[in-house]
Design a protein around this ligand. Sequence first.
Ligand SMILES: Nc1ncnc2c1ncn2[C@@H]1O[C@H](COP(=O)(O)OP(=O)(O)OP(=O)(O)O)[C@@H](O)[C@H]1O
Ligand SMILES: O=P(O)(O)OC[C@H]1O[C@](O)(CO)[C@@H](O)[C@@H]1O
Ligand SMILES: [Mg+2]
Length: 505
Amino acid sequence: MELTVSNSVSNGVAAEIITKDKVGLNPRNGFVSMEGLNKLQPKIVTGDCGYILEDVPHLSDYIPHLPTYTNPLQFNPAYSVVKQYFVDIDDTVAQKVVVHKNGPRGVHFRRAGPRQRVYFKSDEVRACIVTCGGLCPGLNTVIREIVCGLHHMYDVKRVLGIVGGYRGFYSKNTISLTPKFVNDIHKRGGTVLGTSRGGHDTKKIVDSIQDRGINQVYIIGGDGTQKGAAVIFEEIRRRGLNVAVAGIPKTIDNDIPVIDKSFGFDTAVEEAQRAINAAHVEATSIENGIGLVKLMGRYSGYIAMYATLASRDVDCCLIPESPFYLEGPGGLFEYIEKRLKENGHMVIVIAEGAGQELLSENLRSTDQQDASGNKLLQDVGLWISQRIKDHFSKRSKMAINLKYIDLMYMIRAVPSNASDNVYCTLVAQSAVHGAMAGYTGFTVGPVNGRHAYIPFHRIIEKQHKVVITDRMWARLLSSTNQPSFLCTKDVIETSSKTENNLRNC
Ligand SMILES: Nc1ncnc2c1ncn2[C@@H]1O[C@H](COP(=O)(O)OP(=O)(O)OP(=O)(O)O)[C@@H](O)[C@H]1O
Ligand SMILES: O=P(O)(O)OC[C@H]1O[C@](O)(CO)[C@@H](O)[C@@H]1O
Ligand SMILES: [Mg+2]
């Protein structure tokens, strides 16, 4: 049953909070409380003209009568002169910016930034930071900016570093993070806290949070990490703890939905350029030279797509979302032959997750997983190099020279570039403002260029993938002139599968 719970006024627009079920309503603030419910229901506020706010939880949703305090930023000389520094309580960020005259205004998220009132006294805050999943350029910058943001903006002195990912909560000692400790860490790749896959034990993690008296938890990591953060938040809320949980999305693969992109993505694309240049130099220096570059991208081919678009030297880009085939008319071998005849050389970029279905036909399929449950992939770069070499040596008279560059880990072990560093600062400060303001159970990130607080359920509901029926992939195809490897039937099937996954482009 859909139910209107209460009305509030948002930017002069009457807005109503709606839940799916009457059970669990908190009569004090009209929000959804968890009594009788296993999971927190989405907080949805609707307004005129199809306006929808997908709001994030707040500590006051389940803890009554929490005291609030004047935001200390008000007295900070850096900010006191800034006009409208505090974000208006009703500011929201639109998920969809391309709209039609009579179309609905669509889904919005709460705008990130400092609020007039905060829910924590500075000297009572005991924060912790953890990094989980694979490495990504910028992890150290985010850690640094959370520590400095808490310290310099909110005068928070006690920040703990959890060592070695989720399992570090219950199996390792913490380290004390001070502005002095983090001062130079942004110049290094990796994460000073260490990271891991697997080891998520919700009960032990929340016990540790409770035992250490932590009341702000900053969790930096990818889609798996955000799922872990969501269950930690659920457990914290179930225990009624006054602890804010903030997720900071880290995905070099760009596989997290809703947000524009993560820190580290630009750095990875830039780093990939160097290898593509090398592959191009090698390929152009020898007769029928082929430069093959493998990049990261387990399920999402964004790094490969953007590296290709940025480079202009790439003749073919292969990603997990776009199935391809090798033999016969319209296949990869035919295209390679054509390019070599036309140009005398070619460059191929392949994402690690591309063509996995072809590999498992040829090799014994391994169903191995890593400690987090992610499928372990077979090496498509080596496989395709061999197949190309075999094809041209056995079945064609054309002698080729193939050079394979495996760039996988090179693009993520580096420190973040300038634009990613700026991103890291904004995302870290936004997370700090959100937690101080009492928001919890959120991931922070840019949505159409504006930072917003996004509820966990929206971040973890699906993976963000390249939509090959979108304009961006068409731009790539027209830039490389490679075959689409698709027949009309495939296009129709792909369109219907990805219909709900479309973004503005
Ligand atoms: N569904 C889940 N519930 C609870 N914890 C999870 C879940 N999925 C993953 N995790 C935990 O999150 C952490 C990181 O997950 P994972 O290794 O999948 O990396 P990630 O965060 O997706 O980053 P990336 O894939 O970008 O490297 C691991 O410690 C893992 O145990
Ligand atoms: O070898 P690891 O550390 O598990 O990381 C590899 C994975 O990390 C990712 O970059 C995601 O972080 C994937 O593209 C890749 O499959
Ligand atoms: Mg992941």
